[in-house]
Design a protein around this ligand. Structure first.
Ligand SMILES: [Zn+2]
Length: 506
């Protein structure tokens, strides 16, 4: 049984009604034929996908039949419109023909999600794993694009045709996965989906999708949006790039680097690298700063020409983040603490940086009065991409310096994070939640570490505590024949220990 004689079909709503009736009879489907009014209603709800003003075609026959079958199985029109758009013609045909068999053989009460009525060509699980992977890559890309739009400050998230197409496709694919698992579609509302993206994909309470918790699903422990800072995470940026179909310009970190490099290059070759390090160090150590202190710092480092660029990395401290009229500085990383919803338990607020708040209990280092001096705080994307990773980078650098090693922070405009004895040792601190994504990044390139004799990748200790297999997974995924084979993978605390034991002294 197939639909070969219908592939070139075209017609009006009345013709489509007639054709649907013929097919219902031919395939012996136990569904009621729709009316012309119903067909028009389906079109207005986008269940029938032909563009406005154009005749119905073969695709609409398939969509009409599938809609009838799915309605009979208890699906809602909203769910059907989502799932239909994720199937191509071939898949739809298969679904309908399998549905035919299902209806013939299976009694009315049978679950809509039986293996039988939803087996596609490939085995079901592999198929859904691939679908889930695509959905999450698209979601990551959609989140980055959406973030790009919101960054300009003029657009807000709205569920209309201006939604990034990647986000829309991700919603359709996720919707299908929910429906196939017999669950309520949690991906139908873009706002809910974005807020859910602040939790790792394997979090049952937030996502409730078995396939995302499957041991073969590669992004299970990934969080796409930083829970507190509400910006896309580095893992998100990495996932978005996996398929290669996404321009690097859209990756936030890269864009920030371009801004800072272009600005420092204007200072001339001699000063450029020093300026780069000074700026990154500023954003790492003083993400909450008094305007006067910032101006003084730039003056002292001969960076006044960059003042305009640097000010763009900061926002004025908003009043809602003050606690009893003061801006509280985190005693550990130095950034602005934010009020916690549980005011009673956290009267001084909490540090918004995960790398800091997962390590230390909230503690105020200093209370700054905004009435005395204008206060600035680094923008969320700066906090996520520079301030947060700087916690490990600065710890390593400060320790190396304290034991008297010849060390440099972000040498040559970021060849690596910390170098020791010129080109003897290069260290990059990494805080990707997912070892799979970090491996994929390193396999593409080990970056500036290539210039160093000892090449060290230092992983945040908390990540290893959370996921004990982290280091071995990462090592096992690195290419054995390329530059990655020369990398030494270890925890930040091991690097510190080595420094103290004098292992990197010349
Ligand atoms: Zn902190």
């Amino acid at each position: 049984m197939n639909f070969d004689d219908l592939r070139d079909w075209k017609g009006t709503a009345e013709n489509l009604l007639h054709e649907l009736q013929c097919q219902i009879n031919r395939l012996n489907l136990s569904v009621e034929s729709p009316t012309v009014r119903t067909i028009r209603a389906w079109r207005s709800k986008n269940l029938l996908s032909q563009p406005k003003g154009q005749k119905f075609g073969f695709r609409q026959i398939l969509e009409g039949l599938a809609t009838l079958l799915l309605l009979k199985k208890g699906w809602t029109l909203v769910s059907i419109s989502q799932v239909l758009s994720s199937w191509n013609n071939k898949e739809l045909e298969q679904q309908i023909l399998v549905g035919v068999v299902g209806v013939d053989r299976v009694d009315e009460t049978e679950s809509i999600h039986s293996q039988e009525s939803f087996t596609l060509f490939e085995p079901r699980k592999q198929n859904n794993l691939a679908l889930a992977e695509d959905a999450i890559i698209l979601l990551a890309q959609g989140i980055l694009r959406q973030y790009d739009c919101v960054l300009t400050g003029t657009k807000i998230v709205r569920q209309d045709d201006k939604l990034p197409s990647e986000l829309h496709s991700a919603m359709c694919k996720l919707g299908r996965l929910y429906l196939e698992e017999g669950k309520c579609d949690l991906a139908a509302c873009v706002h809910d989906l974005l807020s859910r993206s602040r939790y790792s994909l394997n979090c049952e309470e937030s996502w409730n999708l078995d396939i995302l918790r499957d041991s073969e699903f590669p992004f299970a422990n990934v969080q796409l949006i930083d829970a507190d800072l509400r910006v896309p995470t580095p893992d998100c940026a990495e996932i978005a790039e996996i398929s290669g179909g996404y321009g690097e310009d859209h990756v936030i970190e890269n864009r920030l680097h371009t801004i800072i490099r272009t600005a420092t290059e204007r200072l001339g070759k001699r000063k450029q690298h020093q300026a780069y390090t000074a700026l990154r160090q500023l954003l790492g150590r003083r993400s909450l700063i008094q305007e006067k202190e910032l101006v003084n710092y730039l003056e002292e480092k001969n960076l006044t020409p960059l003042q305009e660029t640097v000010l763009e990395f900061y926002d004025p401290v908003p009043e809602i983040w003050l606690i009893n009229d003061f801006a509280n500085r985190c005693a550990h990383c130095g950034t602005l603490m934010r009020p916690h919803p549980k005011r009673a338990s956290y009267p001084d607020g909490c540090c918004p940086i995960h790398q800091c708040n997962s390590k230390y209990a909230p503690k105020v280092g200093e209370r700054l009065d905004p009435k005395q001096e204008r206060l600035l705080v680094a923008k969320p994307q700066i906090l996520a991409y520079w301030t947060a990773p700087a916690i490990d980078e600065l710890t390593i650098f400060d320790r190396a310096q304290s034991v008297g090693l010849d060390t440099e922070l972000y040498p040559e405009s970021d060849r690596c994070d910390v170098s020791i004895n010129d080109l003897a040792v290069g260290i990059d601190a990494k805080s990707y939640r997912s070892p799979v994504l970090l491996a994929s990044k390193l396999n593409r390139s080990i970056g500036g570490l290539i210039f160093y004799r000892q090449r060290i990748v230092a992983i945040t200790d908390e990540l290893i505590d959370d996921c004990p297999g982290y280091l071995s997974t990462l090592r096992s995924l690195l290419d054995k024949k390329s530059d990655t084979a020369s990398l030494q993978i270890m925890s930040v605390s091991s690097v510190i220990k080595n420094i103290q034991e004098g292992k990197y002294a010349s």
